[in-house]
Design a protein around this ligand. Structure first.
Ligand code: MV4
Length: 500
């Protein structure tokens, strides 16, 4: 059977912007799409966009988007031959990958074995060890004997970091400053890991105090060809949640980029990786890099890589899954320009980034040269409380970093969202910060520089103009007899919002 006959219809086991993102590429390839949705997402855009849609249960994701049988049943009902899991939900679940294969369906992603190996940080490091990949000094196996581990910690040198093997994205990590605290912290880490992941295995690494988080995008086909699509810099984050990502990184030299890229390809090769994946590194002050873990999914921040390489990563994932060879080699790939992504969350930066819910009373996206918005909402829609509070990804592209930054500021200013607090103003603060503009920052950027009151700091002249305009508008509304109604409407949502 010719390969293009193999995949006429795919089911997207996700929601929101990423479901739409995937369906758009499928549509361009002449592939039909099936949406699945929870009762909270009946009117969602991904449901309208798909050729068919199936309700898979109540709003909580453990009764809908996370139920393996419901997803597989939806494929059977609609005749979809393949599943794209997006990110989050079931995307890195090896049991799901296995059951999809058992059902005779194709998962658009890596093998269950690759997912399983990379799903555990210790087995990931063990696999990568075969290729001489730089890693942070520590223990290579789960700690059995606390006294032995303490001796190792003393050898490695404090501060050290205790990590959960089953953890990821910073969950279950503990910094230990001194040998005297080691034993207590170890016990706390084990019990935390046990309750969070059902697996108490922990290991230690020397704590790199001011790292940058740099990750490499890879693609592998089913014939042993693996390439990398350069790096993404993701150091601007808060509590392990990325807020701003960019490609390329402002600090990598061509030499380090090539070395990191080669390591990433080797890490992927160590598990015969197929599809799109991301190899995560930290980079220290001396620009030495260390492998941390591999994410076996399409990442939220993939668009910045698409913009600088001109490659549609979702199309490549689909082509690989239907058995095509990669159509380009490493030497065909090059970086063109600079891209920055801001995650627009329904969160209030002035209030410790607490999730903010409500209705998008105004929702107008920025437009024009070099601006891409990946979103899943329209004006008037409500942000559901059940899922991730990301409203949109605002991505700008420019000939160089400076242009991408200036374009981001312009796009943030054009973006109009009312009814919900968002991270847009925070994004502008970062873009205009000297440390960001000069590229001199690490993972501590937000904690070090961001104080909520900074959001209200503005140029006095601008503030005066704003105040004059506001008072004129207010007078007009009074004249029109609109003021009370308007004021009431715009404050209602605040009363109704949940407290987390
Ligand atoms: C580290 C580290 C410092 N030293 N490992 C956090 C996410 C997880 N993937 C690994 N993480 C870290 N591992 C050693 N040996 C610092 C972090 C870290 C971090 C890494 C990337 C992006 C943001 C971060 C924020 C805090 C800590």
């Amino acid at each position: 059977m010719p390969i293009f006959d193999l995949m006429k219809k795919i089911l997207v086991a996700n929601r929101g912007e990423i479901a739409l993102r995937i369906m758009r590429s499928a549509k361009e390839m002449g592939i039909k799409t099936v949406a699945v949705f929870s009762e909270a997402d009946r009117d969602a855009l991904h449901v309208r966009y798909a050729d068919e849609a199936i309700c898979i249960g109540p709003a909580p994701s453990n009764q809908s988007y996370l139920v393996i049988e419901k997803i597989i049943d939806a494929c059977k009902q609609t005749g979809a031959e393949a599943i794209h899991p997006g990110y989050g939900f079931l995307s890195e679940n090896a049991v799901f990958a296995e059951q999809v294969a058992q059902a005779g369906l194709i998962l658009i992603g890596p093998s269950p074995q690759a997912m399983e190996t990379m799903g555990n940080k210790l087995s990931a490091k063990a696999a990568a060890l075969k290729y001489n990949i730089p890693m942070v000094p520590g223990t290579e196996e789960a700690i059995e004997d606390v006294e032995e581990a303490k001796q190792r910690a003393i050898e490695v040198g404090f501060p050290i970091l205790i990590k959960a093997a089953a953890g990821g994205g910073g969950k279950g990590m503990r910094i230990v400053e001194r040998a005297e605290e080691f034993e207590e912290q170890m016990h706390l880490a084990v019990s935390e890991a046990t309750s969070a992941f059902g697996d108490g295995s922990v290991f230690i690494e020397r704590y790199v105090t001011s790292p940058r988080h740099i990750e490499i995008q890879v693609l592998g086909d089913n014939y042993g060809n693996i390439v990398h699509l350069f790096e993404r810099e993701c150091s601007v984050q808060r509590r392990h949640q990325k807020v701003i990502e960019e490609a390329p990184s402002a600090v990598l030299t061509e030499e380090i980029r090539q070395a990191m890229g080669k390591c990433a390809v080797d890490v992927a090769r160590s598990v015969q990786y197929t599809g799109a994946g991301t190899v995560e590194f930290i980079l220290d002050e001396n620009l030495d890099f260390f492998f941390l873990e591999m994410n076996t999914r399409l990442q939220v921040e993939h668009p910045v890589t698409e913009l600088i390489t001109g490659i549609d990563l979702v199309k490549e994932q689909i082509k690989i899954a239907r058995g095509e060879k990669l159509s380009f080699k490493q030497e065909d790939l090059k970086i063109n320009g600079h891209a920055i992504e801001l995650r627009v969350y329904a969160e209030d930066p002035a209030n410790n980034f607490l999730p903010d819910i409500g209705v998008l009373q105004t929702y107008k996206t920025p437009k024009g040269n070099g601006v891409r918005v990946d979103d899943g909402f329209e004006q008037g829609m409500e942000i559901p409380i059940y899922y991730d509070p990301m409203i949109a990804k605002l991505i700008t592209f420019g000939k160089d970093r400076e242009e991408a930054i200036q374009r981001m500021v312009r796009a943030i200013e054009e973006y109009e969202i009312t009814g919900i607090e968002t991270t847009l103003g925070f994004g502008k603060f970062v873009m205009q910060h000297e440390a960001f503009k000069t590229g001199k920052f690490d993972t501590h950027f937000v904690g070090k520089y961001f104080k909520p009151e900074k959001l209200n700091e503005q140029d006095p002249e601008e503030a005066l103009i704003a105040a004059v305009i506001a008072s004129k508008l207010f007078d007009q509304k009074i004249d029109n007899g609109l003021a009370n109604e308007q004021i009431k409407k715009s404050s209602d949502w605040r009363k109704n919002r949940l407290n987390y």
